[in-house]
Design a protein around this ligand. Structure first.
Ligand SMILES: NC(=O)c1ccc[n+]([C@@H]2O[C@H](COP(=O)([O-])OP(=O)(O)OC[C@H]3O[C@@H](n4cnc5c(N)ncnc54)[C@H](OP(=O)(O)O)[C@@H]3O)[C@@H](O)[C@H]2O)c1
Length: 336
């Protein structure tokens, strides 16, 4: 006993009590699972939210994606909460994402938003634009979001509209991905923040969206046009694919072959464009004098296809700008 009460022993005991208190504190903060990662809560996890969560889980489950470089955030999301309304949606998430090994770190919540947001370090807002006020005005939500990073993927809802429901220390970032996130081919535009985000926060936002495709940053004033080009773009491109296939079907090509050929032709063309080819140069290269391509292109010009598609993007930009303002009939026939 005498030996136990030496200064060395007392110091050791004190340090061990201190260490235990520190670990208890850390465990309480992290729900007992301090793996050094962040907690990401998907506040609304439908088509797009599930695609983004799927991309992250896929990346965390794959050893190939674990190589870090200067742009890798210091902490990655490793624990997840997915919030939906209906049990059916909860079941859909389990079915769609349950096969990823990292899914064991996902908790699905139905009609329970505040608690998962309270546990989060980062929240991704993925509900429909018209639901945002009700969700953010819920009792306790402002406090649960205080001091956190909130990433919104809502079409047409401006940062200020979201910020009005939150305390000033909540950082809001606007991002516009698209439906191709489901196949990791999204084009996501992120609005640059003013003042700029801390480098590690920007790295984290970039990391999240590069799990599902490409990312670029542009001023917030461009977001409605980006929503039209990138968010609505897959719809426009699908119509072009359908038109290409229908032309071939009309000339006797079997339906399934025609759709496959149209899709692969578009994929090949986009591959060339992404490799740096300018669209006008590419068009010129395949336009043999006296050939079939010039014949087809002139028909497209007669149909004002270029101006029409550009006009569709301009129209979708105007509609996007009105989506988040609660205006009724934004697609009404204003000019006819
Ligand atoms: N889809 C696209 O191509 C696309 C492209 C760019 C941007 N966006 C934007 O992405 C957002 C989501 O679009 P989406 O197509 O993924 O919509 P979605 O499939 O309808 O997903 C919305 C999600 O929000 C959940 N939700 C609804 N009310 C809720 C509440 N009170 N509390 C918690 N969760 C709630 C829904 O759950 P339940 O299913 O249980 O109702 C669902 O999981 C939209 O704001 C849209 O503007 C979409």
């Amino acid at each position: 006993m005498e030996r136990d009460l030496t200064p060395d022993w007392i110091l050791k005991q004190t340090l061990s009590v201190q260490q235990k208190a520190l670990m208890d504190y850390v465990n309480e903060k992290t729900g007992g699972k301090d793996d050094g990662g962040l907690t990401l809560t998907m506040l609304g996890c439908g088509t797009l939210g599930s695609a983004i969560l799927g991309g992250i889980l896929d990346s965390l489950s794959s050893s190939q994606d674990q190589e870090a470089d200067d742009s890798t955030p210091k902490k990655l999301p490793t624990r997840f909460h997915a919030c939906v309304r209906s049990p059916k949606s909860g079941e859909r998430i389990r079915k769609e994402l349950g096969h990823y090994p990292a899914f064991k770190q996902v908790q699905v919540h139905e009609k329970n938003n505040v608690e998962p947001v309270r546990k989060a370090d980062v929240v991704l807002l993925g509900c429909k634009p018209y639901m945002v006020a009700d969700i953010l005005k819920a009792e306790g939500m402002r406090e649960a979001l205080a001091g956190k990073l909130l990433i919104s993927i809502l079409a047409g809802v401006k940062e200020e509209q979201i910020q009005q429901h939150l305390s000033a220390d909540c950082t809001v970032v606007r991002a516009m991905p698209n439906t191709a996130a489901a196949v990791r081919e999204s084009m996501t535009v992120i609005a640059t923040s003013n003042p700029p985000l801390p480098k590690d926060t920007e790295n984290l936002v970039t990391w999240i969206f590069t799990r599902v495709g490409r990312v670029t940053y542009l001023p917030a004033s461009n977001m409605d046009a980006c929503t039209a080009l990138c968010g609505s773009g897959p719809g426009f491109v699908a119509l072009m694919a359908e038109s290409l296939a229908m032309g071939a079907i009309a000339m006797g090509v079997p339906r399934d072959d025609a759709y496959l050929m149209a899709a692969q032709t578009m994929r090949g063309t986009t591959g060339l464009l992404l490799a740096g080819e300018h669209p006008a140069m590419l068009r010129d290269k395949v336009m043999t004098p006296g050939g079939c391509t010039i014949g087809g292109l002139l028909v497209l010009e007669e149909g004002a296809v270029r101006g029409t598609i550009a006009k569709a993007v301009r129209e979708a930009t105007v509609v996007a700008s009105q989506l988040g303002q609660g205006q009724a009939n934004v697609n009404g026939t204003r000019r006819t």
